[in-house]
Design a binder for this molecule. Sequence first.
Ligand code: NDP
Length: 318
Amino acid sequence: MNKVKCLIIGSGPAGYTAAIYASRANLAPVLIEGPQLGGQLTTTTEVENFPGYPDGVEPFTMMDDMRRQAERFGTQFVSGIVTKVEFATPVTGNPSPVTHKVWVEDTDLYEADAVIIATGASAKYLGLESERTYRGRGVSACATCDGFFYRKKTVAVVGGGDTACEEANYLAGLCEKVYMIVRKPFLRASDIMQQRVLSNPKIEVLFEHNTLQLTGEGKVQGADLVYRKGEPDEEIRHITIDGFFLAIGHLPNTELFKDYLKRDAEGYIIVDGDSPRTNVPGVFAAGDCADPHYRQAVVAAGSGAKAAIEADKYIKSL
Ligand code: NDP
């Protein structure tokens, strides 16, 4: 068993920033890096909107910079996946500090006074093989991150919800043309978002279309779609595009905590207002696992700092 003051789960901007702050507060944090070192950001090609990098930065470089910064102040890193947790609920009058238990790979047990969860969220993909082939070469799940690379080009956005509409509008501000590929004959998005999309001359909504595959030499150059699959008028159509943006939802990586933490209907951890406090004292949530709205690296980093500050206060109060 390993006894630590502060355990951080997740190695994205939220986790690493929490580690920088926690280690500088002498909490000697241990950070469990999880299945995707560097987090979601590393699925993008270049980061141009994180302050401090005026010429843009390669995502692995940025995440390595954050990691080294945390290491410099004494963060210990453990590579592995958290497989089980048991969060304690404090007993009134119990004189011993409450500890939370976290197992890595089922075998290594960590007992921590405070736990910071920064497990992020994963964008949903359609599951096409060609989607994997062109990941980072025309396939993206973040218009805000990657849209800029498609200035004056033609792109497609998949999905008919608020995110898809928001992304299509954002991309229409940069691109020559934006297709929206919507599987139903209507949009699911709120009225105002629908109106914006439907009144934008640069956006063409392809209702009742599904994507069969992406095509191109080394990068996305087109997509084969099927119109009204299974209906008598079913038709295969091809569109020429340079970018393919998924906006079919995100899944917060919070399943592991469901027996202890309050989550909303989509699985995002519910925190106490603007703070990173969860319903369990000593357990904090930072970054996309608790943020259904912004999903930006800089926002996640800020919430990581808040979580470490709160963890420090909590530990001092024990
Ligand atoms: P949603 O779940 O609302 O929408 C997902 C969309 O993707 C739907 O149109 C769905 O189609 C489609 N979809 C899902 N799976 C597939 C698939 N395999 N193939 C093709 N299409 C698929 O997710 P969002 O991310 O858009 O929104 C999540 C929440 O966040 C919502 O509550 C939304 O209102 C909110 N939000 C609010 C914003 C705002 O207010 N500005 C901005 C962004 C999000 P179908 O309709 O057929 O199921």
